[in-house]
Design a protein around this ligand. Sequence first.
Ligand code: FO1
Length: 325
Amino acid sequence: MENAHFRHKKGQKSQMRSVVVLSGGVGGARLAYGLAAQLPPESLTIVVNTGDDFIHWGLHVSPDVDTMMYTLAGLSDEAQGWGLQGETFSSLAMVGRYGGDTWFRLGDRDLATHLMRSEALAKGDSLTRVTGRLCDALGVKARVLPMSDDVLSTMIDTKGRGTLSFQDWFVRYRADLPVERVWFKGDARPTMQVIHALKNADLVIIAPSNPYVSIDPILSLSGVQSVMREIDAPVVAVSPIVDGRAIKGPLAAMIRDIAKTDASAQAIALHYGPLIRAMVIERGDEVRAADQNELAVLATSTVMKRLDDRIALAGRVLAFAESLK
Ligand code: FO1
């Protein structure tokens, strides 16, 4: 299946030969969709957070990888932000009847993804290889790389309920418990494909994803930040904060709880510090460098409500990045 957007934009390709995006779920997937419409598939690599991964009903669920894959394939449930369009939940109802866990709503067709992935992993396949095959089957042409083939679990120290795994905190407790600290359990390495992509990048984009729970797991892997500092390619962060609010999810409250400051593009710049050379922020927001270095800034419309917004924002990010060279 070829997405119509990825066909009719052929005249508008960017000069960038190798763009690497670091991403979590929804926000990053929307920008990646736009980039996939602007770049030839071989020029786009998306490194996806797997800190949210967990075992549920005995299956390996990889929420951010699946959101990326479904979004690029044009199959995602846009209103909900996760899962597949037109999904049904008969298996979930049956699990409930057996007295099983139903707080995490796995859909019937989504279940097929977790079955195929879990079977392949049990046979000794890597998450990178199985993700590649699932993407191929869904017609996703850009390269989607899980950040690691090892297990790294995002953990949340909460006020009130102690330490919770990410999905417990995010879904079971609806991200309602104040966060004291985010940390990562496990000794995971980035894959060699991730390091190779970063080393050869002309541009690294940090997607408008939650820095604490979507991007930091990737940055915590040994070697990732040092490669990002060594390369000549600009590192550009797209702000997930618009006018003091997070476009989706608990980020604004997390910034207040963890950084003890109001949510703003500036809080994002401070978080990434010298790792980024440039930032794309919402028009009307303000940002300055977190240190003595220069921070190039593009202030534009960053909200991606419609498919065309994604493509337009991706085009502006690429043009901005080209102007930095
Ligand atoms: N998020 C929810 O808020 N409730 C759910 O029941 C839920 C189920 C679910 C199933 C598959 C999947 O890939 C994602 C799912 N998510 C659900 C979203 C997901 O847990 C989070 O959005 C991400 O981990 C955060 O990026």
